[in-house]
Design a protein around this ligand. Structure first.
Ligand SMILES: *Cc1c(COP(=O)(O)O)cnc(C)c1O
Length: 269
């Protein structure tokens, strides 16, 4: 199958190498934690790179993509969708649907726009947001899947709700008709040595297991979204089932623009 994706050969080769390296590290960490490599899913976080790089990723078989800003996700989903239709028409499809993950903070007035496009919202952190998602999902006739974001590290700069409040929010959400809470998400502080944040992942997994044992959530409560470029190996060792990785995939491939990474711009547009 020939590639119809632009980008230099060099870029493509480096991206393929990075992807393979990251996938190998994920597989090894999964095995170390007594799980199968396929039990941990890689989400490529593309918020800071150009659309051409996103296309290369899809061409390399990486179909789970994460964005943290509504506008960018919406725009990219439509551009990629167009391209995928053209590829399919040319008999060169990528072998499955693209799955978009919303990983940044989401405001209620953006839910309608984004819901039809995303397969999972990782950043659910208020009952009001949950109610809005459920109502929109009901209108669309399609249940929505979300993770509750827990702020386990207690950093003020991080979104998410305090661990003690998580079980109650999960329970309240579980009673909403068209919303499935499928697990928890957390972010650890950025540190030089990821061992320093192992405790954040351990506590998140314990919280997750407590909720499961208490039957506050349904049988779909099965995912832990934790681990980024700097700390995903430790996160998997502590039980992550979804890792959100950006910069480690793009080293030597393309610049990652940090201004795309804050998610803040969304509140003003
Ligand atoms: C940017 C981002 C990531 C990926 O971070 P990297 O360090 O580039 O791997 C993961 N999760 C969230 C919520 C992000 O905003």
């Amino acid at each position: 199958m020939s590639s119809i994706v632009p980008g230099t050969t060099n870029q493509r080769r480096r991206l393929a190498d990075n992807l393979k390296r990251v996938r190998d590290q994920i597989a090894e960490a999964a095995l170390r934690s007594g799980r199968r490599p396929e039990d941990v899913q890689l989400i490529a976080v593309t918020k800071g790179v150009d659309l051409e790089i996103v296309k290369l990723l899809l061409d390399l078989g990486q179909l789970d993509l994460g964005e943290n800003r509504v506008q960018q996700l919406v725009k990219r989903a439509s551009l990629i969708d167009e391209q995928m239709q053209r590829r399919a028409a040319a008999g060169n499809d990528i072998g499955g649907p693209v799955r978009w993950h919303m990983i940044g903070s989401l405001q209620r007035n953006k839910v309608r726009q984004i819901l039809p496009l995303v397969s999972l919202v990782h950043s659910m952190d208020t009952l009001r947001l949950a109610e809005e998602i459920s109502a929109r999902a009901e209108k669309a006739g399609q249940p929505a899947e979300v993770l509750v974001q827990a702020n386990v590290s207690g950093e003020k700069s991080k979104s998410g709700i305090p661990p003690a409040a998580v079980p109650y929010l999960v329970e309240q959400i579980a009673s909403l008709a068209k919303l499935k809470v499928v697990g928890l998400m957390t972010m650890a502080p950025l540190v030089e040595n990821p061992e320093e944040v192992r405790g954040v992942f351990t506590r998140t997994r314990e919280l997750f297991e407590e909720i499961r044992a208490s039957r506050r959530a349904g049988p779909d409560f099965a995912h832990l979204s934790m681990g980024m470029s700097n700390d995903f190996v430790v996160a998997i060792e502590e039980g992550a089932t979804l890792v959100r990785i950006g910069s480690a995939l793009f080293e030597g491939v393309a610049p990652v623009r940090p201004d795309q990474g804050t998610g803040d711009a969304d509140s003003v547009d």
